[in-house]
Design a protein around this ligand. Sequence first.
Ligand code: CA
Length: 223
Amino acid sequence: MSKKILIVEDEEKLATLLKDYLKQAGFIPSCLANGLEVVPLVREQGPDLILLDLMLPGRDGLEICKEIRTFSNVPIIMITARVEEIDRLLGLELGADDYICKPYSPREVVARVKAVLRRSGNEATIQAEGLVLDKSRFQATLHGRNLDLTAVEFKLLAYLTANPGRIYSRGQLIERIYLDDRIVSERTIDSHIKKLRHKISDVAPEEKLIHSVYGVGYKFSPR
Ligand code: CA
């Protein structure tokens, strides 16, 4: 199936050029020029990848990237006009998947888009028998039923299930789930885990997927 690529770029010529190249490469591109329109469109249409210019009218790329990461893991390639900017952006840990500096060749952008899509494995992944995690929409289903998770619950589940049997401390989970510098108490993690377990047992009362390890933390184990 062709992937939908959202190009967020206020320089019309550049946007059109990228659009043509992406179309030729078999993608379905669409363009937005105003920063304010990005988040609503991402929520509504769920693109498979976003090319996000940093400097935009309405709202800048940094803020947009941060907000998207609160509800979606869709791959984002950030585009900046200054090469020095990339170091700073990396330091901010925005959760972008790659960075490209202007001026770029459209061919290079297409190659990076393909690489990021390959790497991100954006397709729904089966993590355990009956459990399917769709990372582009933060949606988890168990035996075909939506677990209706919040973004934090989804991230917790995705992280725990990535290494079945491995025990994670509360501190490790906090570090991984909250990318900003918010102070999060260990009790907060406990309460998210509790809600997550409730939602799992609502769908499948017999499954105990998340186990507490006394004095250490949590692990995922399907049996
Ligand atoms: Ca711009």
